[in-house]
Write a protein that binds this ligand. Structure first.
Ligand code: PLP
Length: 376
């Protein structure tokens, strides 16, 4: 099938929503929006802030209290030492790569994207005519860079590398040695590392996390979000951590585009950070859901690596399907289950991704539907 000009998983999601409107019962496993309501205390804080008059233009980088609270949280959780001056709030972490490329690179800059990656980043680079190459990780190497990949990076001339860790779509958490190997090469080339670590607080079974910020490399940039761990996707609030010079450059672009994340949303985020129980609770929910989906898929004979963090599983398509877009489309039409084709994440036509943040009932029904579809 022809590839749509929007990320293929958005195409499937849109088609699924259209079918739902027409009355079809569709289970959406295509976009990572948790099936959990935002905690009422967060919504109350937002409402109160708005009533208190925080409804005006605000500080470009974000309210100082929130930046301080983020700095404390990250210093504590990642064992780093940043200040509020190293932080800028964004209207969702989705805007990060656009802001970073606009602020720090130009159209001749050479970018490497480690894939599989979140497809939006690839489509964004295409759309704005950036030059990039993909560093294609493999299932066989457990979604880690191989020696060959490291050699490729060493030979490449690049100004920036984009990495998602923990990974959407594979659920892989890269070990410290991989983070250090990539950072050493970036340092040698004086290249930026744009490290999307938005799932750092959704890692399971006490697997250790080593942030690119732990390397101390001055051109390592960390990207974070309130969306997933706090179940706040609709609030559109994320942030970047970087050295002060980079934050200054980002502020200049922010001021031209968004001005600031609405202050009342930032007060909601400040409240979220103060509620230490939320992330732990949500992590447990996502872990149980992920394990449930894994065991259902395993029983159906699907091949994938066990998820270490985030809430996605990147799965090999059944043998008779070479085109994952076709598979996703058929699964939607014939089984009423929406999944994301592997081509949404790079050159992976033999894979598809399911989201595991949906309710247990939906997981159960989705597995049953996929099972009957495959047995037909
Ligand atoms: C890896 C990754 N980065 C960024 C985002 C964007 O999140 P948000 O803009 O809601 O912060 C997503 C959303 O799915 C994601 O998976």
């Amino acid at each position: 099938m022809n590839k749509p000009d929007i990320p293929p998983h958005y195409f499937i999601q849109r088609k699924a929503k259209k079918l739902i409107k027409e009355g079809r019962d569709i289970i959406l496993l295509s976009v990572g929006d948790p099936d959990i309501n935002t905690d009422k205390r967060i919504i109350d804080a937002m409402y109160k802030a708005a009533l208190d008059g925080h409804t005006h233009y605000g500080n470009i980088r974000g309210i100082p209290e929130l930046r301080e609270s983020i700095a404390d949280t990250l210093n504590n959780e990642l064992n780093i030492s940043i200040t509020s001056e190293n932080i800028i709030l964004l209207p969702g972490s989705k805007t990060s790569i656009f802001l970073l490329t606009t602020a720090l690179l130009n159209k001749d800059s050479k970018i490497i994207v480690m894939t599989p990656t979140w497809g939006v980043y690839l489509y964004l680079l295409d759309r704005f005519h950036y030059k990039y190459k993909k560093l294609k990780l493999k299932f066989e190497n457990n979604w880690r860079p191989s020696q060959e990949d490291i050699e490729f990076l060493k030979k490449e001339d690049f100004d920036s590398i984009i990495i998602i860790n923990p990974s959407n779509p594979t659920g892989k958490v890269l070990p410290k040695e991989d983070i250090e190997a990539v950072t050493d090469i970036a340092r040698e080339k004086d290249a930026y590392i744009f490290a999307d670590e938005i799932y750092y607080n959704l890692i399971y079974d006490d697997k250790p996390f080593y942030s690119f910020l732990n390397t101390g490399y001055e051109k390592a940039v960390g990207i974070y979000s309130f969306s997933k761990a706090y179940a706040m996707t609709g609030f559109r609030i994320g942030w970047i951590v970087a050295n002060q010079e980079i934050i200054n450059q980002l502020s200049k672009v922010m001021t031209l585009l968004f001005t600031n994340v609405p202050d009342f949303i930032q007060y909601a985020a400040l409240k979220a950070l103060s509620l230490k129980d939320i992330v732990e609770k949500n992590r447990e929910i996502f872990k149980n859901r992920t394990r449930m989906m894994e065991s259902g898929l395993m029983q159906l004979g699907f091949k994938f690596h066990r998820v270490e963090g985030a809430f996605y599983i990147f799965i090999k398509t059944p043998e008779n399907y070479r085109d994952s877009f076709q598979f996703a489309n058929d699964l939607l039409d014939k089984a009423g289950v929406a999944v994301a084709p592997g081509t949404a994440f790079g050159d992976y036509p033999n894979y598809f991704r399911v989201v595991t943040s949906v309710s247990e009932d939906k997981i159960d029904r989705a597995i049953n539907r996929i099972s009957s579809y495959l047995n037909k």
